[in-house]
Design a binder for this molecule. Structure first.
Ligand code: HEM
Length: 461
């Protein structure tokens, strides 16, 4: 009977085999899920065998709502602590101030947690990047870079950035279309390239702008090295940026390039510090110049774009800001560059900056890894799991910030509870450029507001 069936329908036997295989896989999966769902482990969907929820994560990255939608949907479904399997690793997302404090404190004590990025990001930034380096190595590099962000350096950077903003906004005239996101990105790239490596114009700047954009795009792509993939193109972009940096370093060493005042030169000159600890190696210097460009470009461009959108949508905020900024202009900024002292005279604008950073949460979570088994939010966390502090969820928690969706700069300082504002991270990994970023946002806001009437066509004109 069976041999007759097989003769008559040759595909019958193949269908049977495929059916049995599917049944086998289904049973394995059910058993696997059952074994893994032991009590005490954070809730979450393990997704498909091997890939977990990577496909859903990638779909969110490429959707119009953005990658945070993946986290937000699960936060609503599972609560303040949940896990997901991504890129073959377990990721736990937590969104409470108390747990954020525990994690940051334990990390500072050199104990149970360390910073962690997915491997593909480490490959793109370089293994000596401050963002990827492990504990002791991180401490050494951070100490060397820290001196670059002194008050003197910030002071001269404010003037440089103001000159770049004035140059860029000069072309914004009434009736022309200005895409703030594109403008702020160009501005941020120019500022970073000038401050770090004295590249300020010409083909080299255009190349840096394009290659950095390619590298940023690759940071959340699947790590597949085929010539048409975003990840591969990102690796190629890294190579080209490294070539520019190498050329720059060798020209300076050979004396072809005239002496520059920038971060690269300071790192090259800093071969032995007063404490006797050697300066950074060439590879550390190159990886960290690239890291600072990446860390400081898209973040600041996005933050400035959101800030302008929020201010433009809130008339009351706009009017209060206008009053404060016109006073600063009257006191001298119309005919000269802004100074650090002038920025310190902007209490309301500073609150606007902080509120924009809270509401937009441009860095949405802070990635860490558990170095040993522990318990968080009452759940067992295993050594090697990635723990992501969900800063955006904390910024939008109504028990932490009243009416979190309302743009209200006056909520500060009353709502400045510990671990409620994580825009720049916390502890030993806090953003090195945080004062620089705040200063850039204030300068941009000042020039935007005080020239607002020149850009905007009043109805009826
Ligand atoms: C609005 C703009 C910016 C935001 C929102 C931002 C945010 C952050 C965040 C959240 C971190 C990670 C903290 C953690 O994991 O705990 C970070 C790290 C870092 N940022 Fe920024 N950043 C901004 C601008 C800048 C700028 C302008 C620079 C300087 C060029 C910069 C340089 C760095 C560096 C070097 C690190 C690594 C610090 C470390 O691991 O020790 N950032 N930033």
């Amino acid at each position: 009977m069976l041999s007759h069936l097989v003769k008559e329908h040759p595909y019958y036997i193949i269908c049977c085999y495929v059916g049995l295989l599917l049944l086998f896989l289904l049973v394995c999966w059910a058993l696997w899920c059952k074994n893994k769902s032991s009590i005490g482990i954070p809730p979450g969907n393990r997704g498909l065998p091997f890939v977990g929820e990577t496909l859903q994560f990638m779909a969110a990255i490429n959707s119009s709502k953005g990658v945070y939608e993946f986290v937000h949907a699960r936060r609503l479904r599972y609560g303040k602590c949940f896990k997901a399997k991504l890129f073959g690793e377990t990721h736990v997302f937590i969104s409470s101030r108390e747990s954020a404090k525990v994690i940051v404190n334990k990390e500072n004590e050199g104990g149970k947690f360390s910073k962690s990025y997915i491997k593909s990001i480490a490959e793109l930034l370089g293994r000596d990047s401050l963002l990827c380096a492990a504990q002791q190595h991180h401490k050494l590099i951070r100490a060397r870079l820290f001196s670059l962000f002194s008050t003197d350096s910030l002071s001269s950077f404010v003037q440089l950035f103001d000159s770049l903003v004035l140059q860029a906004t000069r072309t914004w005239t009434c009736g022309s279309v200005v895409v703030i996101q594109d403008e702020t990105l160009k501005l941020a790239c120019k500022a970073m390239c000038k401050m770090l490596i004295s590249i300020e114009s010409g083909q080299e700047l255009v190349t840096m702008h394009n290659e950095v954009a390619r590298l940023c795009e690759a940071m959340l792509a699947l790590p597949v090295r085929l010539p048409w993939t975003r990840f591969y193109k990102g690796l190629q972009a890294r190579k080209r940026i490294m070539n520019i940096l190498e050329k720059n370093i060798s020209e300076r060493r050979s004396g072809i390039a005239t002496h520059h005042v920038d971060f690269l030169q300071q790192l090259l000159d800093n071969k032995l510090n007063e404490d006797g600890v050697p300066g950074l190696t060439d590879r550390e210097i190159k990886d960290n110049i690239l890291t600072m460009i990446i860390a400081g470009q898209d973040t600041i461009a996005n933050a400035m774009t959101w800030m302008i959108k929020f201010v433009d949508e809130n008339r009351q905020v706009f009017n209060t800001l206008m009053k404060e900024q016109l006073k600063i202009e009257k006191n001298g900024s119309r005919n000269s560059y802004l100074t650090l002292e002038a920025l310190n005279e902007m209490p309301y604008a500073s609150k606007v900056v902080k509120e924009a950073l809270r509401k937009a949460s441009v860095v949405q979570w802070l990635p860490r890894v558990a170095l040993e088994d522990c318990v968080i939010e009452g759940f067992k966390i295993k050594k090697g799991w990635n723990i992501n502090i969900d800063a955006r969820s904390i910024h939008h928690d109504p028990t932490v910030h009243k009416d979190p969706d309302v743009f209200n700069p006056s909520r500060f300082p009353a709502e400045s509870k510990p671990y409620s504002f994580l825009a720049f991270g916390m502890g030993g990994r806090t953003c090195l450029g945080k004062n620089m970023a705040k200063a850039m946002m204030l300068v941009f806001l000042h020039r935007f507001i005080t020239n607002y009437n020149a850009y905007i066509q009043v109805e009826g004109d």
